[in-house]
Design a protein around this ligand. Structure first.
Ligand code: FAD
Length: 186
């Protein structure tokens, strides 16, 4: 969101957790559904970086974690938009609704359409036991010689530090296979 004016009521990072956070976790992991009382992450990068919003404006980002593969409609998005904006206003005093100059929503449909992401997941394969460590997809293809993979769907997994390690492991796998090809007797 881009809004007019400052939002001094908010810090750069805010994690909003409900007193009873179990239902939302259950609705992510056990019984996938849109959360009734969502926890969310609220970020105001313009609190600490003047370059991310025009003069006299602020830049905010809200992330509501949800399970992959849920129904994603305009009505649902609109409902959650209103719910979150009301929650921010009520709990922090920062009412963003009447000074919004830009807003964009990005959810499962965009991850599916733009990235062909399975069930619209934003993060990639979950770190369940059968998708972790040696069970996670490797960096080189068993089926096609010279085809390599990297990033959050491969080992070691999700998150920027993990993906940097993944890139390094892929580069090492490529170098190793190149070395083996070069030194293989004809
Ligand atoms: C909202 C959100 C918040 C997050 N917060 C954090 C956090 O705080 N800390 C953290 O460590 N991780 C966080 N993550 C996770 C982290 O961003 C990812 O795990 C990581 O960026 C994945 O890296 P990647 O290289 O696998 O994929 P990406 O970073 O998604 O890179 C893939 C790139 O490939 C490009 N691409 C796709 N298809 C094509 C194509 N056909 N041709 C050419 N290019 C293509 C895409 O445009 C993209 O630039 C967050 C993720 C999301 C979605």
């Amino acid at each position: 969101m881009g809004v007019e004016g400052d939002v001094d009521e908010l810090e750069h990072h805010t994690l909003v957790l409900r007193e009873d956070w179990d239902p939302h976790f259950d609705q992510i992991f056990d019984e996938p559904a849109w959360p009734e009382d969502p926890a969310y992450y609220l970020c105001v990068p313009s609190e600490t970086d003047d370059d991310v919003a025009p003069e006299g404006h602020s830049n905010l980002f809200v992330l509501v974690p949800v399970a992959a593969g849920l129904e994603d409609t305009e009505e649902l998005r609109s409902e959650y938009r209103d719910l979150i904006l009301e929650d921010i206003a009520e709990n922090t005093g920062a009412d963003l609704r009447d000074r919004m100059v830009f807003e964009e929503m990005f959810s499962m449909s965009e991850f599916t359409e733009r990235y062909n992401s399975y069930q619209g997941t934003a993060l990639g394969l979950a770190h369940t036991l059968s998708q972790t460590a040696l069970f996670r997809p490797p960096h080189s293809s068993d089926a096609v010689d010279g085809l390599y993979f990297t990033g959050s769907n491969t080992t070691p997994g999700i998150g920027v530090p993990m993906c940097l390690i993944s890139g390094q492991l892929t580069a090492e796998a490529m170098a190793e296979e190149e070395e083996q090809t070069r030194t293989r007797p004809i």
